[in-house]
Design a protein around this ligand. Structure first.
Ligand code: PGA
Length: 250
């Protein structure tokens, strides 16, 4: 059985004091979760989050990583820097990075490989924009993004990869893909994995849904056969809501 994974993507929210407070509120609410629970916090809150999560079942994640080991890359953070802070998961290719910071399929791939090389797990985000969806390109986009993100990643490494299907138009908008729709697109993503790595990998890879997933719609989404978890933005900042989502996945 695959273990579902619920990851909070805090984005650019929560300073150190707020991080400590939020984790201390989440921890007791999710302590019996059967799924994996991850919080992806800002770089500056990692150390605080690590301490606050000590002794709990909450795992630590980051929101981005650079591919070079070190060097003249102002503003970037290397995989070894994150691994040293006991970061277990890194989000790569989030649509906000693609949209606002020039992230491309190629850099998503480089970042994913760097994180894997440093021993961490990655959550690779894929998903179509509203324009792409309306022009019937959803399948084409997620196929391309998935294939390119996984370039030169081995079958062994794939075990540490989670894919997050996040339709861009659903992120932070309160609009969710219907459960059937999300399930259908995730099926297409699995087909790509199957083609690249074989049938077993296509089935075993965990694919999350993300985009306005909340305490009210999580149960329906989690009940879909292809959906193995969620990447949660807004609702991950509210302890009760996040815990409800975690419990739906447990
Ligand atoms: P949202 O964000 O839940 O606020 O829509 C999801 C994400 O960006 O990962």
């Amino acid at each position: 059985m695959k273990r579902p994974i619920i990851a909070g993507n805090w984005k650019m929210n929560n300073n150190k004091a707020e991080t400590k407070e939020l984790i201390s509120k989440i921890a007791p609410l999710v302590k019996d979760a059967k799924c994996e629970v991850v919080v992806c916090v800002p770089f500056t809150s990692i150390e605080t989050a690590r301490k606050a999560a000590r002794g709990t079942n909450i795992q630590l994640g980051a929101q981005n990583v650079h591919w070079a080991e070190k060097g003249a890359f102002t503003g970037e953070i290397s995989a070894n820097m994150l691994a040293e802070l006991k970061v277990k998961y890194v989000i790569v290719g989030h649509s906000e990075r693609r949209q606002y910071f020039g992230e491309t399929d190629e850099t998503v791939n480089l970042r994913a490989k760097a994180a894997l090389n440093a021993g961490m797990k990655v959550i690779i985000c894929v998903g179509e924009t509203l324009e792409e969806r309306e022009s019937g390109k959803t399948a084409e986009v997620v196929i391309r993004q998935t294939e390119k993100a996984l370039k030169d990643i081995t079958k062994q490494e794939l075990k540490r990869v989670v894919i997050a299907y996040e339709p861009v138009w659903a992120i932070g908008t309160g609009k969710t893909a219907t459960a059937q729709d999300a399930d259908g697109t995730i099926k297409i993503i699995r087909k790509v994995i199957r083609k690249l790595y074989g049938r077993a990998s296509g089935q075993s890879i965990r694919v999350q849904y993300g985009g306005s997933m909340n305490a009210g719609n999580a149960a329906e989404l989690m009940a879909m056969p292809q959906i193995d978890g969620g990447l949660i933005g807004g609702a991950s900042l509210k302890p009760e809501d996040f815990a409800k989502i975690v419990n739906c996945a447990s």
